[in-house]
Design a protein. Structure first.
Length: 210
């Protein structure tokens, strides 16, 4: 979800109001995916590197996480389970409690999964999984120890905001994912553009290296 800061700056607004708008877009696009019967959607909200941004921006981003209960309200309405990817012990106890409650409220829902990366890094995820994999002496598949355990690998990756890199997102899972990059800033990302990408996806020939 890239481009929140530039979206705000172009409107002479503080960067954090771009992040606030970005949360609305996240809820809107999660709902759009559910309307289109896409059962798994993942959002990269806060990376392991984002905490090194200026303190005022980090504070703003973290305070938005206290609105996770609003995200959960929408997911509950739609029977979608919330799965948080990342090391949330980094956040203060109050934020952790909101995140844990939101996850708990949706834990038995069966109509789809929304993954949200909070203090998430693909390399961290792989190292953490490798530790657990070693402890189980290889008796369970490696994927069982990723935050996405039990989920299929993503078919589509969309990065908004014009940069063409992965920035440490789902490095293990994206091995054969189809990549899409758009100049659109995340707050402006629309259902129409989502549909255009899905149409484009169906034109691609996926051979998985075979
Ligand atoms: C949102 O966009 C990504 C987050 C870390 C939440 P940015 O904050 O990277 O926006 P730009 O790239 O400065 O426009
Ligand atoms: Mg950016």
């Amino acid at each position: 979800m890239d481009g929140n800061g530039r979206w705000a700056t172009e409107r002479h607004l503080p960067r954090n109001s771009g992040h606030k708008e970005g949360v609305k877009t996240m809820i809107r696009i999660a709902s759009a995916c559910n309307d289109r019967a896409l059962p798994y959607v993942s959002f990269y909200a806060f990376s392991t590197e984002n905490k090194y941004r200026p303190a005022s921006e980090v504070k703003g981003l973290i305070s938005l996480m206290s609105r996770m209960d609003e995200v959960a309200d929408e997911l509950v309405k739609r029977n979608i389970k919330l799965n948080v990817m990342g090391e949330i012990s980094y956040f203060d106890e109050k934020i952790q409690a909101v995140i844990r409650d939101s996850v708990a409220r949706t834990s038995s829902l069966t109509g789809g999964v929304v993954n949200i990366g909070l203090n998430y890094g693909g390399r961290d995820e792989i190292l953490r999984a490798a530790d657990m994999y070693r402890s189980c002496l290889g008796k369970q598949p490696f994927g069982d120890f990723l935050y996405t355990a039990g989920q299929p690998d993503p078919d589509i990756l969309i990065r908004t905001g014009g940069e063409m890199r992965l920035s440490n997102f789902m490095l293990y899972q994206l091995a054969y994912t189809e990549l899409f990059f758009t100049e659109t800033y995340w707050p402006d990302f629309s259902e129409e553009e989502l549909d255009a990408i899905i149409r484009e996806y169906y034109k691609r020939d996926r051979r998985f290296g075979k």
